[in-house]
Design a binder for this molecule. Sequence first.
Ligand SMILES: Nc1nc2c(ncn2[C@@H]2O[C@H](COP(=O)(O)OP(=O)(O)OP(=O)(O)O)[C@@H](O)[C@H]2O)c(=O)[nH]1
Ligand SMILES: [Mg+2]
Length: 328
Amino acid sequence: MDFIDEIVIKVKGGRGGDGCVSFRREKYVAKGGPDGGDGGNGGSVILKVDNNISTLFDLKHKKMYKAESGKQGRGKKMHGRNGKDIIINVPKGTLVIDYETGRIIGDLKENEEIFIAAKGGRGGWGNSHFATPSKRTPDYARQGTAGEEKTLKLELKLLADVGLVGLPNAGKSTLLSKVSAARPKISDYPFTTIVPNLGIVKYYDYKSFVIADIPGLIKGAHLGKGLGDRFLRHIERTKILVIMLSSQSADILSEYNVLMKELKEFGHGLDEKPKICVITKGDLIEGPSVLPDRIDGLEPLIISSVTGRGIKELIREIGVKLFEGENG
Ligand SMILES: Nc1nc2c(ncn2[C@@H]2O[C@H](COP(=O)(O)OP(=O)(O)OP(=O)(O)O)[C@@H](O)[C@H]2O)c(=O)[nH]1
Ligand SMILES: [Mg+2]
């Protein structure tokens, strides 16, 4: 899948059309009253959220978006046509950043939400606006103004309620496929997941939540090891994290510490989010258990995506954390 979550584009609104200088043609009158129409407005460049897309990939091949200019006004007070807008479809969760200042100027969170990236210029007034008792035949009109022009960085930060965090092979994608309709790639080798996947989990009472499955983290991810921390931005906006530790790990506690260190190094409060600790592959546990009964003060939940053990409890625990305190 072609997942792109950062892109720089230039946007430019169309120029406003110039106002027209024209005079009514009347018999026996050299110059009739002014009848120059206004120029049309320039088109704008508009970003619009489309829930059907999940990446900025489609924007990769075009760097400059220039909307159409407004047409000139004409005689008989005819308006020039407005320039057409350009609509750029973006995924939900797109942040709009002014490239020059680094400031966030837009955060697109809802389907069909729009953001005017570069407003078109205004059409100029035709000379019909400028007649006064002392100057009945003005021979000037206003020019259209230039459209806005900006360089924008678009950054996708997925919107999910829950983030799955774990080492490669911990069983993150398998869990996602078990609890949602998402069908991420699953395999017995590390770094099967190379881009984030989202899945919607139905909770009772018509409620639902979104889980984000991201590539596995390894020690030194913040230094660029593995896929690095490149995808951690996609769990920045989640409300809780599910920390997934394999029952087959030689040392579950130190694995947990590795994950926490990477989250902390990444910053943005990731290590401070409410957590649920999960031990995966519960079906593979043999003999007397040597699993830790506390991880960072939390009681781990043992699950198995194969037998279904602990899955309902996990969803329940997530739901309680997410919807706790809500009415209904
Ligand atoms: N026995 C057993 N195997 C599991 C379970 N969950 C996942 N697996 C297996 O573990 C392997 C890794 O699973 P994935 O879901 O791809 O792991 P991941 O955490 O998404 O891995 P990355 O995408 O590489 O980070 C696959 O072979 C799965 O079939 C489980 O509950 N029980
Ligand atoms: Mg995976």
